[in-house]
Ligand binder design. Structure first.
Ligand SMILES: NC(=O)c1ccc[n+]([C@@H]2O[C@H](COP(=O)([O-])OP(=O)(O)OC[C@H]3O[C@@H](n4cnc5c(N)ncnc54)[C@H](OP(=O)(O)O)[C@@H]3O)[C@@H](O)[C@H]2O)c1
Length: 276
């Protein structure tokens, strides 16, 4: 698997495996098929399953990368320390590769969310300096949220995760993180399936003799964005990994970049969930 080098020197695979709502069997299958980067979160309630999947697969901890996220209600210095300990207990290991703040605001009413982010980050920096977190990250941070961290941190984020797929690129955020040298990760890289029937994606799947899912994932990879597809069956897991085996030409990349908006999850860091 191709590797990406983060701004702190850590190398991670160019494609990960999303585990939101994943069953234990799917995680085991993903390990068997060669996935080595697992994106989880305390909120997903499946950190224990990841530990169990590694144990049942007889795979050493150092052979895989695990990313987890701090939930909204656990923000703040002391809470972060406690939540991180629980994550380590669940994962049955003594470090995580990447640890992120899941959302910048704990809720939409708290005015002091900026101070809370800074305090949370301070705790994460401490855990990082103790070697318990190998790279720090932010998830669902728009550039103006990220600036709060950038202006107040000792350790800058290595990873930024947000919703990204054909028809929903959040180009302003992508550009910002590229300029800062922060690796972008795509959540919902296939738009939870809604992108797969788009006429351009179908046309390109035909042209390159691949599947619509592979077009979406390959598009992310060529944008320098690390996709985190979630899949349940062995066939789909294999199919998704095989997106590394072809290349979309420049003209078609540009056509995808400029296609009309194609819907999104409705989840926004500064709004109630938008009904779509
Ligand atoms: N940071 C955040 O706030 C945040 C938010 C959302 C998600 N995430 C992360 O991003 C990961 C992926 O996002 P997501 O699950 O929302 O969306 P996604 O990966 O775009 O879509 C997953 C859906 O696509 C289906 N699928 C997978 N491979 C396929 C293929 N080759 N052909 C056709 N359909 C396929 C899956 O079905 P089956 O499972 O039935 O195979 C599932 O229904 C999550 O698991 C999580 O790790 C992070």
């Amino acid at each position: 698997m191709e590797l990406l080098t983060l701004n702190n020197g850590l190398q991670i695979p160019a494609l990960g495996f999303g585990t939101y709502k994943s069953e234990l069997d799917a995680i085991i299958t993903a390990i068997e098929e060669g996935c080595s980067y697992f994106d989880t979160a305390s909120y997903y309630g499946n950190e224990c399953d990841i530990a169990l999947a590694l144990e049942l697969s007889h795979i050493e901890r150092e052979k895989v990368f695990i990313a987890s996220k701090l939930w909204k209600s656990d923000m703040g210095y002391d809470n972060t320390m406690k939540a991180f300990s629980r994550t380590l207990e669940n994962l049955r290991c003594d470090y995580v590769d990447v640890y992120m703040i899941h959302w910048p605001r704990p809720n939409l009413v708290l005015q002091e969310w900026e101070a809370l982010c800074v305090e949370t980050w301070r705790a994460m920096e401490e855990l990082h300096s103790q070697g318990k977190i190998h790279a720090l990250g932010i998830s669902n941070f728009l550039p103006y949220h990220a600036e709060i961290i950038m202006k107040n941190c000792r350790v800058i984020p290595s990873v930024a995760q947000f919703e990204f797929h054909p028809g929903h690129l959040q180009a302003f955020a992508l550009e910002y993180y590229r300029r800062k040298g922060i690796q972008v990760q795509a959540w919902s890289p296939m738009g939870r399936g809604r992108v797969l029937n788009d006429e351009l994606i179908l046309e390109l799947a035909g042209k390159y003799h691949v599947t619509p899912a592979q077009v979406c994932l390959r598009f992310c990879v060529q944008e320098g964005v690390m996709p985190l597809p979630k899949a349940s069956s062995r066939e789909r897991i294999r199919e998704n990994l095989a997106c590394m085996d072809f290349v979309i030409d420049e003209r078609d990349m540009s056509r995808i970049e400029n296609m009309p908006p194609l819907g999104w999850s409705g989840e926004h860091p500064d709004r109630e969930r938008v009904k779509i």
